[in-house]
Ligand binder design. Structure first.
Ligand SMILES: Cc1ncc(COP(=O)(O)O)c(C=O)c1O
Length: 375
């Protein structure tokens, strides 16, 4: 059996007619940049998330950069970010001349460790960037309390958890990415809501900030050829917006399929003592962008599974503080041992909307075989 890490072709085949018609419509109009579908998608996503503004842009990395520019963060300002994340989160901080302050993560949820945030705050700290890693929310209520106490901005990196829901202690529920001052997401093809190329978006409830975000993303202009601030060129193209309009209507269904696949993995793998299965937080739903297990024999398990036609991925092999690009420019305030340990133990198993129980049984039986016979 040949297993896929991701099956975008299988997913496309099921919605081919709708997608092809939407793309053809854009081609017929030839409104490739800022066509009607872009506004339509922004409105649809804002409606889905229950947020006032969605500003689309070229990718998730730009979404983070535009956010930091619009908030007026300046050279030397410090931004707190987990060390166990995708590089983009810290890359834009460094690119803007800001200082990434790296903190550790919780070993069970892989998300930012709340206890490490306050000790990392100095007079130069301006923002916290929690990452909703692998599909579930960071502890946002506690993060927002800290941010309020020290007057810090919160920019949610929601590239991996679009559609996840956060439950507050008072019973209210909000979507990931709509809790902080700004939420950022990516529509990279493999994301839960993926387009057919690059794409990203920024969310906010703040009208003034929304206007600034739009300006920054569009060469610093509100009126064409009148540039009030230095911005950049970051656009979601119309074909991507057309694809996303179709796929947004399927997003909850996709999350359901991923959740079902995660439940099957739990059922099939739960009694293997060498494995730690991913924890589900009490305050967040999980949209399973990844199903990430941990084990001490990670590298030999990965090699064994590859030999059986089962692909796996290591997200991430190095924490940010061990990356050469960041070793000199980031600041470390506390131990980062959990981030380091996770990089040695994590293994993401295939999870996608088309995965079948039969495929998962094949994957699980090979994992079981490895622990009985090969470790
Ligand atoms: C956590 C995280 N942040 C940011 C990004 C950047 O998104 P993009 O690849 O669209 O620039 C990604 C995407 O891979 C991501 O996973």
């Amino acid at each position: 059996m040949k297993i896929k890490m991701l099956d975008l072709k299988g997913q496309y085949d099921k919605i081919k007619q709708e997608i092809d018609a939407a793309i053809q419509c854009v081609i017929d109009e030839t409104a490739f940049i800022q066509g009607a579908e872009v506004k339509e998608f922004e409105t649809n996503l804002a409606g889905y998330l229950g947020i006032r503004h969605v500003i689309s842009c070229a990718n998730g990395t730009d979404a983070l950069q535009i956010s930091m520019m619009a908030l007026g963060l300046k050279q030397g300002d410090e931004v707190i970010v987990p060390s166990f994340t995708y590089v983009a989160t810290a890359e834009v901080i460094a690119l803007l001349g800001l200082t990434p302050v790296l903190v550790d993560v919780d070993p069970a949820t892989f998300n930012i460790k709340i206890e490490d945030i306050e000790p990392a705050i100095t007079g130069r700290t301006k923002a916290i960037v929690p990452v909703h890693l692998f599909g579930q929310c960071a502890p946002m209520e506690a993060i927002m309390d800290i941010a309020k106490k020290y007057s810090l901005y919160v920019i949610e990196d929601n590239a991996q958890a679009l559609g996840a829901k956060y439950s507050f202690k008072n019973g209210s529920v909000r979507f990931a990415g709509t809790i902080g001052d700004i939420g950022c997401t990516s529509f990279f093809p493999s994301k839960n809501l993926g387009c057919f190329g690059d794409g990203g978006a920024i969310f906010t409830n703040d009208d003034k900030l929304a206007e600034k975000l739009r300006m920054v993303a569009n060469h610093g202009q509100l009126v064409k050829y009148h540039h009030d601030i230095v911005g950049c060129n970051s656009r979601l193209d119309t074909i991507q917006a057309a694809v996303l309009n179709v796929k947004l209507s399927k997003l909850d269904g996709y999350a359901c399929s991923r959740g079902e696949a995660a439940a099957v993995y739990r059922e099939l793998l739960t009694d293997i003592p060498e494995l730690i299965l991913p924890a589900e937080s009490s305050f967040s739903t999980h949209v399973y962008h990844q199903f990430t297990i941990r084990c001490k024999q990670r590298d030999s398990l990965k090699a064994f599974l590859a030999g059986k036609g089962i692909p796996t991925m290591i997200y991430y092999p190095l924490p940010l503080h061990k990356q050469r690009a960041f070793s000199d420019i980031s600041v470390i305030k506390s131990g980062l041992d959990v981030s380091e340990r996770l990089c040695e133990e994590v293994l993401s198993l295939p999870i996608h909307t088309e995965l079948t129980r039969e495929e998962q049984e094949y994957i699980a039986s090979n994992i079981r075989y490895f622990f009985i016979n090969c470790k």
